[in-house]
Design a protein around this ligand. Structure first.
Ligand code: PLP
Length: 424
């Protein structure tokens, strides 16, 4: 039995104890046991209601159990769920055509988890390196930004410089180099220094690192530098995409006044999480023909990738995001939320920074990364009806579903204000 939390009922504790007894200990969940979700709210097993300010790490942008997504999912579940890619199905092409049109790419590769999509993008970058760029066999290098988070598989953690992700999992994959995030000059020097570099994979806002928003011009510079050096600019928008930052993609931010033209569009786009509105694992890699068609039949795949259920859910998840103007709402509510957080920070010395874009936000608190203060604040927020989770100890990410309204933002700010005041 793990340590008992006074805020946890005996009823909740039994579920926690069971996970502890029979599950792998690869997570450290905040002690709250959830059994229902609706819109921006979650409910625990005792019926207590909470604001969800994590949105399952931005997978639930459209709100919990969005009725139209659930309806598309359940209808399709009754008809056909999986064929494997051994055969064609009647929904995959339609979903690919829809996504290619919305995001502006020639081709779409549907996968399942985010990490799997990142792996797929890495494989595509390598194929492109050898077949198109002409890099010698097994010499391709992919550059990543320091403090990134792209998932948990061996090749993806090989790109991580967080010891929690890598320690004890070696040997890691070779062919990876790093530059500092938000440093275009360093990227240019790196690309100049090595003709074997085939791709730069970057998060448009670093989510897990604590919502690190780069300078205004960073992504435009990245696109230009990559183009100049014939290197693929690959945007991992698994967390930042699907409206989370107030634009359809966070990389759209590089072309704020030129949305039609997209001069600084990534060569390869990676999506996941909210691509299914939080209902099931659906991820995707989008690219031009020159990149995507380097992989030939039989060279890459997944039993579940592109299954009819995923296709029905992904298309509907994008449709509701657009039709219900969630992206515009994320931008507006994000501005309102940060304004409110800054007012709280002005009178609360514990908050050293408020940052974010759209509804991907974080506060940084005046304590070390190893301190338990962020955790204690999240427990107190939970007790007051708001769920959030610290990332790296002293940063608390605040990212509600994109359907939150003004009144709810104000109510959430009131909770945050009240709770933070207790810790000064
Ligand atoms: C930017 C980014 N890439 C990749 C991933 C991995 O996605 P998954 O957990 O679905 O493998 C995450 C998950 O948090 C992420 O934030």
């Amino acid at each position: 039995m793990i340590q008992t939390d006074p805020g946890i009922s005996a009823n909740s504790q039994q579920y926690i104890d069971k996970e502890d007894a029979f599950g792998a200990h690869n997570y450290h969940p905040l002690p709250v046991v959830l059994s229902k979700g609706e819109g921006i709210y979650l409910y625990d097993v005792d019926g207590k209601k909470y604001f969800d300010f994590l949105s399952a790490y931005s997978a639930v942008n459209q709100g919990h159990c969005h009725p139209k997504i659930i309806s598309a999912m359940t209808e399709q579940a009754k008809t056909l769920t999986l064929t494997s890619r051994a055969f064609y199905n009647n929904l995959l092409g339609e979903c690919e055509e829809y996504m290619a049109g919305i995001f502006g790419y020639d081709k779409v590769l549907l996968m399942n988890s985010g990490a799997e999509a990142v792996e797929s993008a890495m494989k595509l970058a390598r194929k492109w390196a050898y077949k198109v760029k002409g890099i010698a066999k097994d010499e391709a290098v992919i550059v990543f930004a320091r403090n990134n988070f792209h998932g948990r598989t061996i090749s993806v953690i090989s790109a991580s410089n967080d010891p929690d992700s890598t320690e004890g999992f070696g040997p890691l994959m070779r062919g990876i180099e790093w530059v500092d995030y938000n440093n275009a000059g360093q990227l240019e020097d790196k690309l100049k220094s090595n003709p074997n570099i085939c791709a730069f994979i970057v998060e448009p806002v670093q989510g897990e690192a604590g919502v690190i928003v780069p300078d205004e011009k960073y992504l435009a510079h990245v696109a230009e530098i990559c183009q100049k050096h014939n290197v693929l600019y690959i945007a991992d928008e698994i967390q930042t995409g699907m409206g989370r930052t107030g634009t359809l993609l966070a990389s759209d931010y590089a072309d704020p006044k030129n949305e039609g033209q997209k001069l600084h569009k990534p060569d390869v786009l990676i999506l996941g999480k909210a691509l299914s509105g939080g209902t099931m694992p659906v991820s995707a890699v989008l690219a031009g023909n020159e990149v995507m068609l380097t992989i030939k039949p039989g060279e890459h795949g997944s039993t579940f990738g592109g299954n009819p259920l995923a296709c029905a859910v992904a298309k509907k998840s994008i449709e509701v995001l657009l039709e219900e103007k969630m992206i515009e709402n994320a931008s507006k509510m994000g501005d309102l939320f940060r304004e409110g957080l800054r007012k709280i920070a002005d009178k609360n010395s514990l908050i050293t920074e408020v940052r974010g874009r759209g509804l991907l936000n974080a506060i940084e608190i005046n304590s070390s990364e190893s301190s338990s203060l962020g955790w204690q604040i999240c427990e107190a927020l939970r007790d007051h009806g708001l769920l959030a989770k610290p990332t790296h100890g002293n940063k608390i990410r605040l990212a509600p579903p994109l359907i939150i309204n003004e009144e709810q933002i104000k109510e959430a700010l009131h909770i945050i204000d009240k709770v933070m005041a207790k810790f000064i």
